[in-house]
Design a binder for this molecule. Structure first.
Ligand SMILES: [Zn+2]
Length: 167
């Protein structure tokens, strides 16, 4: 990465597409960039079950999402694949990403960080965290309330708050 952090980059993208507030819709970014989104039942790529994928062929870019996943999971998958579009999709090459669980590959960690910043904006998370804390919610309660507000999984919100140094 250059000097800019991934969250800085995401902030610019959020502003560019007018994604303001808490429960932003990552599909807007895909639509604005001409990326197709396809939901597939029991999504497998090369015989492997995955929650999502982004595939570039010639100039067509498609994000695949596993239809059986929960709403919050699908949102995170789309945000993760959009991250690959911005961070890793070389203009002249084919690119295939397979979204697996808990991959520790550097590109996957970057994509998850990007998705976290996109769906859980730093300023908004900080603001909501302070509010929830001020009314005396436990850490578990804070995670659950904020996950609902930002329409993400509890696990995703926990990770985001942890990365922001809250826990
Ligand atoms: Zn990925």
């Amino acid at each position: 990465m250059e000097n800019k952090t991934i969250c800085d980059r995401v902030k610019e993208i959020r502003e560019q597409y007018g994604l303001i507030g808490t429960a932003v819709d990552p599909l807007i970014i895909a639509q604005e960039n001409g990326i197709k989104i396809l939901e597939k039942s029991n999504l497998t790529i090369n015989g492997e079950p995955v929650s999502g994928a982004i595939i570039k062929k010639n100039n067509d870019i498609t994000i695949y999402v596993n239809a059986e996943d929960s709403k919050v999971r699908k949102r995170f998958t789309v945000a993760h694949e959009i991250a690959h579009y911005y961070l890793h999709l070389d203009k002249n090459k084919q690119f295939v990403d397979l979204k697996r669980n808990n991959s520790k590959a550097p590109m996957e960690l970057e994509a998850d960080e990007f998705a976290g910043c996109l769906l859980m904006d730093t300023e908004h998370v900080n603001e909501r965290y302070e509010k929830a804390k001020s009314i005396g919610l436990s850490n578990e309660g804070i995670v659950s309330v904020l996950a609902g507000i930002f329409v993400v999984s509890d696990a995703a919100m926990y990770t985001r708050l942890k990365n922001l140094g809250k826990f």
